[in-house]
Design a protein around this ligand. Structure first.
Ligand SMILES: *[C@@H]1O[C@H](CO)[C@@H](O)[C@H](O)[C@H]1NC(C)=O
Ligand SMILES: *[C@@H]1O[C@H](CO)[C@@H](O)[C@H](O)[C@H]1NC(C)=O
Ligand SMILES: *[C@@H]1O[C@H](CO)[C@@H](O)[C@H](O)[C@H]1NC(C)=O
Ligand SMILES: *[C@@H]1O[C@H](CO)[C@@H](O)[C@H](O)[C@H]1NC(C)=O
Ligand SMILES: *[C@@H]1O[C@H](CO)[C@@H](O)[C@H](O)[C@H]1NC(C)=O
Length: 493
């Protein structure tokens, strides 16, 4: 057991981060916290992928001139040195102010190789050659690396600070040819094979980190939602590393395709930790109510939010005949005339995250029109204030929702058919809300907000937590598809 790598790498964690002074403390409205459990999951995944990518790798040939008593100088070549099997006994990940340390220790590996021997001396004028196969056993292989995460213009930059690889013990067996004769020679190879393995793995670490960095850099900074809105998923500030978590802050606001939002700010809530009751989860994603507000305002600005409703399930209600007893003057003035409703939003729906749900207040302006001989005659205007709550749903990597009507109140704006009892139109408003407007809004909400994700991973066992003004989802992560690493050929070092 060589404790040097672990010690060296871990000691790096306690060097205070040198860039603290450079942080600009911008506000992020979506926060993603990876817990200990999440880090362990990521670590296991990365270690498995790395082991798989090293398996079947071929090391460069090793050639050596050896002095053999009586025979003189001989050349021994080991070729096709291939890593055939890797068994990892332990791996750990630790985070600190200045980085993440990953250590894999107690690993064993089996390699195979071909050996070839040739000698030509003055004593024996004819060249002697011989060949066979060899097996190599590596024990107590230790690999460690320290990386740090930085915000680089809104994307995550992975920086490899230090890394190392040490072979603890290595033995070689030859077979074939006059193997027994040359076995004494192989011991001189032990050092060469060990350093070839160390070099090969070190190279793999550098390549692996650079691939991972490329993947992180290639993640989009915005996610388009249809043709209307764009979600800004740019990173703000550097990731915050503590001894038990990694926190990323994401801008998280919606903007219209061509609008610029004024910067918003908030006072950070006291609790952004992962442990929020129940069993610990790998990841916690918190969404500030400003994210929902920005979505509401973008969608409001993008559409002239106005609907003409001339079809409802209870169609009879859209004819004055149905109203002859309730509003007699309407029927008297326009007998048996069809009607429609001109519904518009005069302001974006107001959205608030409370401690138990999401509440929405929507103010609708409704003009009741009578349709008579190609003419549209506005007869009554009302304003309806709708209070609703939104149930958040979680569909794959999308946060969606459904709106439930809590209550509504009606105010008469004006009437061209004389005095009107508001109760008289309560019924029709209620029908329109239930059968037309709420389903329409729900179909929009169902599309949801996509959470930032990495392809191939999905959240599972998600729990929602409401803590004004944040709504959080604590979840585990599962690997469901092929990642970029799996698609890479694993045979070339
Ligand atoms: C070498 O051979 C010995 C005896 O056959 C065996 O015990 C040992 O495990 C072998 N080592 C390797 C590296 O194959
Ligand atoms: C993490 O750091 C806090 C103080 O910042 C300390 O109280 C806690 O014991 C540490 N946890 C571990 C696992 O080191
Ligand atoms: C997205 O967010 C980043 C970080 O807050 C900000 O610098 C950038 O200007 C935003 N982009 C847009 C298009 O608003
Ligand atoms: C808003 O406009 C977008 C395209 O501009 C359209 O796809 C969407 O259906 C509209 N929504 C409403 C409620 O009219
Ligand atoms: C609907 O009402 C608005 C005023 O609230 C008016 O500007 C618009 O022209 C009306 N649309 C129709 C088709 O009557």
């Amino acid at each position: 057991m060589a404790p040097t790598i672990i010690f060296l790498l871990l000691s790096l964690l306690f060097i205070p981060a040198s860039v603290v002074g450079l942080q600009h403390h911008e506000d992020g409205f979506i926060s993603v916290v990876l817990s200990d459990k999440g880090l362990d999951f990521a670590k296991d995944f990365i270690v498995d992928q790395a082991a798989a990518s090293i398996l079947l790798s071929q090391l460069p040939d090793i050639e050596k001139k050896v002095k053999v008593p009586l025979v003189g100088k001989a050349q021994v070549i080991l070729s096709e040195i291939t890593i055939k099997d890797i068994k990892i006994s332990t791996s750990t990940v630790k985070t600190g102010d200045s980085g993440i340390v990953l250590v894999v220790s107690g690993t064993t590996a089996d390699l195979t190789a071909n050996w070839r021997y040739s000698a030509r001396t003055s004593l024996v004028p004819i060249g002697i050659t011989d060949s066979g196969t060899a097996t190599v056993k590596v024990e107590d292989l230790q690999v460690g690396l320290t990386v740090n995460l930085r915000n680089q213009e809104g994307t995550l930059k992975l920086i490899l600070l230090d890394y190392g690889c040490e072979v603890g013990d290595l033995s070689i067996n030859l077979s074939g040819g006059a193997a027994w004769l040359y076995q004494v020679l192989v011991d001189t190879f032990v050092g060469n094979i060990a350093s070839a393995i160390e070099e090969a793995i070190s190279k793999k670490i550098k390549e692996g980190i650079s691939q991972l960095d490329t993947l992180l850099q290639s993640l989009p900074k915005t996610i388009s939602l249809g043709k209307t809105a764009v979600l800004n998923v740019s990173l703000v500030d550097n990731p915050v590393l503590t001894n038990s978590s990694i926190e990323l802050e994401i801008n998280g606001l919606f903007t219209g395709i061509s609008t610029v939002l004024v910067p918003q700010s908030y006072h950070r809530g006291p609790d952004l930790s992962v442990s929020s009751g129940g069993s610990p989860r790998m990841i916690k994603i918190s969404v500030h109510e400003n994210v929902l507000k920005s979505a509401s305002s973008v969608y409001f600005n993008a559409n002239n939010t106005q609907w003409i409703v001339d079809e409802i399930p209870d169609q009879a209600l859209l004819n004055t005949a149905e109203w002859r007893f309730i509003v007699p003057q309407l029927y008297k003035q326009y007998p048996n005339a069809d009607m429609n409703l001109n519904i518009s939003l005069s302001s974006p729906p107001l959205i608030q995250v409370t401690d138990k749900d999401i509440e929405a207040t929507i103010i609708l302006d409704i003009i009741i029109n009578v349709l008579e001989a190609d003419k549209v005659i506005p007869v009554v205007a009302i304003s309806v204030e709708v209070s609703a709550s939104i149930d958040v749903e979680f569909i794959r990597n999308n946060i969606g929702g459904s709106l439930n009507l809590n209550k509504f109140s009606i105010q008469l704006e004006w009437s061209k058919i004389g005095k009107l009892h508001i109760q008289a139109i309560q019924l029709v408003v209620s029908k329109v809300l239930e059968t037309v407007l709420i389903p329409l809004i729900n179909s929009l909400l169902k599309r949801g907000i996509p959470l930032p994700n990495l392809d191939g991973f999905a959240l599972e066992n998600a729990d929602f937590l409401y803590a004004h003004p944040w709504i959080s989802v604590s979840s585990d992560v599962a690997f469901v598809g092929h990642s970029y690493l799996r698609q890479k050929p694993a045979y070339v070092l």
